[in-house]
Design a binder for this molecule. Structure first.
Ligand code: FCB
Length: 472
């Protein structure tokens, strides 16, 4: 044993408040595998990934990181990180395969075991009810553009809460409804792969409604101490120039990217400019009396997923690259040009800009007083390799996480009520349309052998958690 040289241990430069929640996040379809086991039926992502040409390399989530069978090993990895919280999602088609009727016990048992293993390790479970895996049967009936799907979701929410509510204190209704609505139903790059602009707007509205109905269904079953939340991927939109035309492009993206969810959920209203911008697509008559009030069921905190900002300028029809396929920016696509943001990029080609996270947190701090925030996802994909000694050195990921945590710290110092931070992701996993080609994990997964190897970033994060802050 070499003796410890105290002077070699870096000082803690930025300390987070006591009680700050340190976590890691995953999602069911991205890690579980066991796609056809114990009564699970296909979700829209099973169908989509099995459709040729939809996912890079023809990858599917059939096996993924085999977490369904390796759950205890994965919880042990979380324990080694020292996290206080773990954010996972429940696969709807595993617990209620047809999207209606009674729950499948074996499906619920898996999550019960997971939660019990977490609690025994002193880790607080934070369960997301919907991370994009709609039972295929509900899509066949019309999917999220159909109102009844929102009602089905509320029933499912009550069912899961009834089974796990005695041991799960943290609940999130939806993960990133923007992606689910606009990538799923407008651009079609995500499941179910439809390219119907009006359906995307309907879906967005039904996500808001389902969030409200689901939150109420959770509260009807859960103890008063339980936390109910929603996670949004809010867009940090910057104008190319300060001119009025570019600022109007920002407004349009903000309307259909952010306020389409923020306004119903926090203010019980639809943004007027969004209704105007989308008048050529829909008259919004699918919004019924009482829907917006139902959507505004209060949340205990807002979950924020942040990866990178975007830059926009005024544009005209055709300015978006037609080879890129249909646009997700319904109502804005003919007026906006997306401009590549400057700076270094991750393996997703996403710009690295921690300042965007500070900006977003301060905006929400100003607009939503009294709503605590948790960063429910932040992280980066890089091209990681195990070296001959079996180690994975990922200094860029450490740099990314360090920069973004420093931005969170600055926002807290500036008054924002940020209660916690979850790294995306615990494990390398099925990265949606990119399949297994993009690695976001703190822990490397060799998908041929399912061997887990903590990367340097895992050790770095464990040290951050242990000291409660960032080293100098
Ligand atoms: C988010 C998703 C998450 C993951 C990251 C990289 O949009 O919520 O599942 O794929 O992006």
């Amino acid at each position: 044993m070499t003796s410890l040289d105290a002077s070699a241990i870096p000082q803690t430069a930025l300390t987070f408040p006591a009680g700050f929640r340190w976590g890691a996040a995953t999602a069911a379809y991205q890690i579980e595998g066991a796609a056809a086991l114990h009564g699970r039926t296909p979700s829209i992502w099973d169908t989509f990934s099995h459709t040729p040409g939809k996912v890079l390399g023809g990858d599917t989530g059939d096996t993924a990181a085999d977490h369904y069978h390796r759950m205890p090993e994965d919880v042990a990895l979380l324990e080694r990180l020292g996290v206080s919280d773990y954010r996972f999602s429940v696969a709807w088609p595993r617990v209620q395969p047809t999207g209606r009727g009674p729950a499948v016990q074996r499906g619920l048992d898996f999550y019960r075991r997971l939660v019990d293993t977490l609690l025994a390790a002193g880790i607080r479970p934070v369960a997301t009810l919907y991370h994009w895996d709609l039972p295929q049967e509900l899509e066949d009936l019309g999917g999220w553009p159909r109102r009844e799907t929102a009602e089905r979701f509320a029933e499912y929410a009550g069912l899961v809460a009834g089974a796990l509510g005695d041991r799960v204190a943290g609940w999130t209704t939806f993960n990133e409804p923007w992606c689910a609505a606009f990538l799923g139903y407008a651009s079609g790059v995500h499941a179910p792969g439809r390219t119907e602009p009006e359906s995307a707007l309907r879906a967005a509205h039904h996500f808001n409604l389902a969030h409200g109905l689901g939150a109420a269904a959770l509260r009807a079953v859960l103890p008063r101490s339980a936390e109910v939340s929603l996670t949004l991927n809010l867009h940090v939109v910057r104008p190319l120039t300060p001119g009025a035309a570019d600022l109007d492009a920002v407004r349009r993206i903000d309307a259909v990217g952010n306020r389409i969810f923020l306004d119903p959920v926090f203010h019980g209203r639809l943004p007027e400019d969004l209704v105007r911008d989308t008048a050529g697509v829909t008259d919004w008559s699918f919004v019924r009396d009482g829907d917006l009030a139902a959507a505004a069921e209060p949340v205990d905190w807002l979950g924020i997923n942040y990866y990178s900002p975007m830059v926009v300028a005024a544009g005209g029809p055709g300015d978006l690259d037609p080879s890129a396929g249909p646009s997700p920016w319904v109502g804005a696509e003919e007026h906006v040009r997306l401009v590549p943001a400057p700076g270094p990029r991750t393996a997703m080609d996403w710009p690295v800009d921690a300042g965007g996270l500070h900006e977003l947190l301060m905006r929400l701090h100003g607009e939503l007083p009294g709503v605590p925030m948790l960063i429910t996802e932040n992280g980066a994909a890089y091209v990681d390799h195990a070296d001959p000694a079996g180690e994975v050195h990922d200094p860029e990921r450490i740099g990314y996480l360090h920069g973004h945590l420093a931005a969170v710290h600055r926002a807290i110092a500036d008054g924002a009520d940020v209660r916690g931070y979850f790294v995306w992701s615990l494990l390398d996993n099925f990265e949606w349309a990119y399949g297994y080609s993009k690695r976001f994990g703190l822990v490397h997964v060799d998908f041929a052998t399912q061997r887990r190897t903590p990367k340097d970033s895992a050790r770095w994060y464990a040290d951050v958690i242990a000291r409660g802050g960032l080293p100098a």
